[in-house]
Design a protein around this ligand. Structure first.
Ligand SMILES: NC(=O)c1ccc[n+]([C@@H]2O[C@H](COP(=O)([O-])OP(=O)(O)OC[C@H]3O[C@@H](n4cnc5c(N)ncnc54)[C@H](OP(=O)(O)O)[C@@H]3O)[C@@H](O)[C@H]2O)c1
Length: 264
């Protein structure tokens, strides 16, 4: 171990929700280990004034590559004490099963499911060694609450993230590690989402919460050891509706929106 300081490791930190979570953690004085794909601007991000009062380092790895996933875990375990792990990197696509190509489906599963599980598994002993409260935060989605046609693999992968987190939380009861899972609604982060939301109905547009606000609510509640987080009042109302309506109705309402959007 080259340093005794503790760090929060955050995947998918270069942009979108991850970048906003990094700002929230920096405000609270956490030292950060930011992870994203090589060459995507982490070198510039770490120079931003928001990070001047903490220690921030960046690690560039492709989390869809199993060898890199194991190499990252080994590097972190050998060199850093972690107090927090945030599995934020994730991807999806809005395509019918016939249109989506196998490589894309595999990437979604590798990033959303395999990377989240393996990183957590490899880094858990490190978090358990921390002398204080440690946190694991996994990023699921509102999409995890219903199957969605024309998006099939993504909501299923985010359901995995939800169930994985809740099971692990139970397993770690009585230890120093607290697991939380957050379920953001749609956020205008990347271009694919911006384009899709244009074609979705009014209800979907009402569900939009900024990545800044989602990050703020998520970090605040994670630090209060909340298990399951839904950022934004409107998304909570949506969740309530989805939990009382039978699944065949939620699938048909939500999938109808995506079908319309995929035809436009
Ligand atoms: N946006 C939404 O509407 C929404 C809604 C609910 C949940 N979510 C979830 O929130 C999380 C963040 O979403 P976002 O919209 O902020 O995403 P985003 O803007 O597309 O950013 C994704 C982040 O993940 C990183 N990443 C992608 N592929 C990677 C790989 N193979 N290896 C390492 N890092 C990789 C990206 O790094 P590079 O810059 O290096 O590519 C980027 O930092 C995801 O888990 C997503 O599923 C998003």
């Amino acid at each position: 171990m080259t340093t005794q300081k503790s760090f929060a490791l955050l995947t998918g930190a270069s942009r979108g929700l991850g970048k906003q979570i990094a700002y929230e953690l920096a405000k609270r004085g956490y030292n950060l280990l930011l992870v994203s794909l090589p060459g995507e601007g982490l070198d510039k991000l770490v120079m931003e004034p928001q990070f001047h009062s903490i220690e921030v380092q960046y690690l560039e790895y492709d989390l869809t590559d199993k060898q890199q996933l194991y190499a990252l875990s080994e590097h972190v375990n050998a060199n850093y004490q972690l107090c927090m792990l945030i599995n934020n990197a994730g991807m999806g696509c809005s395509k019918s099963m016939l249109e989506a190509d196998s490589h894309l489906i595999d990437q979604i599963i590798q990033l959303n499911i395999t990377a989240t599980s393996i990183l957590t598994h490899r880094l858990l002993p490190n978090l358990l060694r921390y002398r204080g409260n440690a946190h694991i935060l996994n990023v699921s989605s509102m999409a995890s609450y219903s199957p969605i046609a024309y998006k099939t693999v993504y909501p299923a992968s985010k359901r995995f993230v939800h169930n994985f987190s809740m099971g692990l939380r139970y397993e770690l009861k009585g230890t120093n590690v607290f697991v939380s899972v957050t379920h953001p609604g749609p956020m205008l982060t990347n271009n694919e989402i911006k384009e899709k939301v244009k074609h979705l109905g009014l209800w979907a547009k009402c569900l939009l919460v900024s990545p800044e606000l989602s990050a703020k609510i998520t970090v605040h509640r994670m630090l209060r050891k909340q298990n399951s987080i839904i950022p934004g009042v409107i998304n909570k109302i949506n969740w309530l509706l989805m939990s009382v309506l039978p699944e065949f109705i939620t699938i048909s309402i939500i999938s109808g929106q995506y079908k319309k959007a995929s035809n436009s």
